[in-house]
Design a protein around this ligand. Structure first.
Ligand code: NAD
Ligand code: MG
Length: 303
């Protein structure tokens, strides 16, 4: 997927239908949370194509789920735009995190690797403080980590999964953001990863989709609360994006070859196609955009 000799970037005039191939991913399985390293086909996280123009110069960002998929594409883009980045991820994802940290450093920025489990409130608190200490401050927070496990019938959804999905996808957003408020100054920005699932839930993702609706609500309420303090809160709602989340039981296996083909663009999105939305919401150019959800979903109607 990643064309290492690519000379185009996100500003090149191109047809969005064919900018990336319409993949028919082979059926595959990875233990949760899955690695970009082992994904087939590989994804495009902007390694060779994302071109920065100084939009986040001197900024300090903490990104959760930054080792792979959308979070990795955002981390690479932020670094190319001039930000130092702290990366949160699970310890088993070290190989992916090492690669993203390498790309950040190659862009001339600082990368701080902070592995740990976000279902643990105490870890969430220490993560924020460690990031702020090692970066020398904090002015961008991207709450992006997520757990998605497809279950066909509600009767088969275990209490354990329910608990882990809610802790990862929404409790951690509360824990991390609350701690981050000790560091964020006026001008700072918070961007939450929600999903089209917040308003068009799949029948197999009841727990996951519920947390995404909660994130939308949290985003709007918190945006109102923090706007007078000069801290903006917004969300990005991706549609079907090819990432390790989908092959570690995020989708029923027989659906993988068709993943993303039901969008008006006719293909799944690549992680790098999300990055400009996060850059826009993180940077000062979106100073009057507050409590907004930016849909990046290949054309699916959204409220
Ligand atoms: P991904 O697997 O690359 O990223 C998810 C990350 O969440 C993992 O890399 C992992 O580091 C992190 N994570 C999960 N559980 C954790 C835990 N207990 N502790 C610490 N970190 C944990 O997949 P992605 O698709 O890039 O997902 C990023 C975000 O985008 C998620 O919030 C997901 O819900 C959202 N999203 C994805 C899609 C899609 O189609 N891929 C669509 C809509 C929304
Ligand atoms: Mg990962």
């Amino acid at each position: 997927m990643t064309d290492k000799t690519s000379t185009t970037d996100q500003y090149t005039f191109q047809d969005p239908v064919t900018r990336f191939p319409s993949i028919s991913a082979p059926k595959q399985d990875q233990p949760e949370p899955g690695l970009d390293r082992d994904l087939e086909p590989q994804t495009d996280r902007g390694e060779t194509s994302y071109r920065g123009t100084g939009r986040l110069k001197g900024r300090k960002a903490l990104i959760t789920g930054a080792d792979s998929g959308i979070g990795a594409a955002v981390a690479i883009a932020f670094a190319r735009e001039g930000a130092d980045v702290a990366l949160s991820y699970l310890p088993v994802e070290e190989p992916d995190a090492v690669e993203v940290a390498r790309l950040i450093e190659e862009s001339g920025q600082k990368a701080v690797k902070l592995p740990g489990d976000l279902t643990d409130a105490a870890f969430c608190r220490s993560l924020v403080n460690e990031a702020a200490e090692q970066l020398g401050g904090l002015d961008i927070l991207v709450n992006n980590a997520g757990k998605q496990i497809a279950v066909e019938r509600l009767e088969d959804l275990t209490d354990e999964q329910l608990d882990e999905t809610f802790k990862t996808n929404i409790y951690s957003f509360f824990w991390i953001t609350r701690e981050a408020l000790k560091h964020l100054k006026p001008g700072s920005s918070i961007v939450n990863s929600t999903s089209i699932q917040a308003y068009s839930p799949s029948s197999t993702l009841l727990d996951y989709a519920s947390t995404k609706a909660a994130i939308n609500n949290f985003t709007k309420g918190l945006a109102e609360q923090l706007a007078p303090k000069g801290i903006r809160v917004n969300a990005v709602a991706p549609g079907p994006i090819w990432t390790p989340l989908q092959v570690s039981d995020g989708q029923p296996k027989d659906k993988l070859p068709e993943f993303g083909k039901d969008t008006p663009l006719g293909r799944a999105g690549q992680p790098t196609e999300l990055a400009p939305a996060y850059v826009f919401l993180a940077s000062s150019e979106s100073s009057y955009v507050v409590g907004e959800t930016l849909n990046v979903n290949g054309g699916k109607p959204s409220p």
